[in-house]
Design a binder for this molecule. Structure first.
Ligand SMILES: CC(C)(COP(=O)(O)OP(=O)(O)OC[C@H]1O[C@@H](n2cnc3c(N)ncnc32)[C@H](O)[C@@H]1OP(=O)(O)O)[C@@H](O)C(=O)NCCC(=O)NCCS
Length: 154
């Protein structure tokens, strides 16, 4: 990633106007039942949810999003995706860094997440940000998928 790329990634809280783009990215990113427009819409006024989008300053489009649940000292990265054409340009890393920074500001001590065992890109991303694998689960997402549980102390 160049310094220039970094400058072009804008992060902000999601609004209703972003939902169409977010749902399109969600559908392009996940096979297991993707979150619906209504699921994302419900986050907009949920006091425990932090829902951010990344936008490309030049193209003026939403390129990714992250959803974090914050409950007192614990938080979970519940969803993170970057549009396929915008991957490997630093967007996912910026979203994760912003979510971690917000969690720290909110007094969170530990961040958790689940990632599919086969999802190497996501595991590398989380590993690059200090998350460590703490266990494995089966049948996550109500499917036969195996996942790794990752955790980071803040
Ligand atoms: C996982 C995902 C969010 C990563 O987003 P991204 O914008 O491509 O990631 P970045 O470009 O910010 O990469 C950040 C770090 O992650 C790692 N990484 C990400 N994708 C990688 C890949 N395909 N191969 C190797 N490393 C990768 C690298 O360590 C990278 O560090 P670097 O900046 O030093 O190279 C994106 O691939 C995605 O949306 N995948 C589909 C949805 C998904 O799996 N979400 C996570 C669910 S747990």
């Amino acid at each position: 990633m160049t310094e220039n790329d970094d400058d072009e990634i804008l992060l902000r809280m999601a609004t209703e106007a972003d939902l169409e783009a977010v749902v399109a990215i969600e559908r392009a990113s996940f096979q297991e039942p993707p979150w619906s427009w209504r699921s994302f819409a419900s986050l907009l006024d949920d006091p425990y949810a932090r829902f951010k989008v990344a936008c490309d300053a030049r193209a003026g489009i939403v390129t990714g999003y992250i959803v974090t649940w914050i409950i007192v000292e614990d938080a979970e990265i519940a969803n993170l995706a970057v549009a396929p054409d915008w991957r490997a340009r630093g967007v996912g890393g910026r979203l994760l860094d912003a979510a971690v920074a917000e969690a720290v500001t909110s007094g969170v001590r530990r961040l958790h997440l689940e990632v599919r065992e086969s999802n190497r890109a996501a595991q590398l991303l989380y590993g690059s940000r200090g998350f460590v694998a703490v266990g494995r689960r089966k049948n996550y997402y109500r499917s036969q998928l195996r996942t790794h549980s990752f955790s980071a102390a803040l």
